[in-house]
Design a protein around this ligand. Structure first.
Ligand code: CA
Ligand code: CA
Length: 262
């Protein structure tokens, strides 16, 4: 009968030592035979991705690292308490489709169990957001005609989980960062139609756009009548001049005929 009390936690190997009695023709010897392993140390576990506190949307890889001296039996991954995967071999993880989960704070728990039944777990919180921001341009009105050389564009942008960026583009030009403001004054717009597009991006990367089209037309009397900046106007001025010259020539011919008859 053999008894031993192990007072220190750790990984132990237990072996039976069989002593062969000295007999005639036999040498004394030892035979080692491991029987079982005592393991009361839980596994090491860490959620590598996603990072706690991050904003996630769409498909999100969850990856877990786990190790144990006596071996990992299983790694289970839960989202808000619902089991999503159970891997017996590395890599431990899955592609998590967040679009089927409600927006908002969500916990991911990974649990590892070693071959002796010891368990360890880790939890991270992330914010699920699959809903784009709400973007509305409040001024100018779509289709409006504006008789000023400066135009103020104003907007409202909101998102349940938070806005990361707001950008504005004029007539297809580059995006300008207007984050943190609710209006922008455009100046130097030429006469004619224009379009402004506003784009908002939330903290998870969802985007939404709103646009407004308007026309800049200087007020009557703002420019002298002879000033014709539009290229087409010069054509009609030349036509009008030619018509006037033709009329004068026709009058001269008619006058000469009258004189000839007289
Ligand atoms: Ca262990
Ligand atoms: Ca959102």
């Amino acid at each position: 009968m053999f008894r031993a009390i192990l007072s220190t936690s750790g990984l132990y190997g237990l072996a039976v030592v069989r002593v062969c009695a000295e007999k005639e023709g036999y040498l004394p010897g030892l035979a080692l035979q491991p029987i079982y392993i005592i393991d009361d140390i839980p596994p090491e576990i860490s959620i590598e991705r996603p990072v706690g506190g991050s904003y996630v949307r769409g498909l999100v890889p969850i990856s877990v690292s786990a190790s144990d001296a006596s071996g990992i039996e299983v790694v289970e991954i839960y989202v808000n308490g619902t089991l999503l995967s159970a891997d017996e071999e590395a890599p431990y993880g899955l592609e998590w489709d967040t679009s089927t989960w409600p927006d908002g704070p969500t916990n991911i728990t990974a649990l590892a169990r070693d071959r002796a039944g010891n368990e360890a777990e880790e939890t991270v919180w992330v914010i699920v957001d699959n809903t784009p921001p709400v973007v509305r341009i409040t001024s100018p009105e779509n289709g409006e005609t504006i008789s000023a050389d400066t135009v103020e564009v104003a907007w409202e942008v909101s998102d349940e989980q938070g806005i990361a960026k707001v950008e504005l583009s004029v007539d297809g030009g580059p995006w300008q960062d207007v984050t943190g403001t609710t209006s922008y004054t455009l100046s130097g717009l030429g006469e004619g139609p224009h379009e402004v597009v506003l784009r908002a991006t939330d903290l998870a990367g969802n985007t939404a756009e709103a646009s407004v089209a308007f026309t800049v037309k200087p007020a009557a009397g703002a420019q002298p009548s002879w000033a014709m900046p539009a290229g087409g106007a010069w054509f009609w001025a030349i036509v009008a001049g030619a018509v006037a010259l033709a009329a004068i020539a026709a009058s001269a011919i008619a006058l000469r005929r009258l004189k000839a008859r007289g």
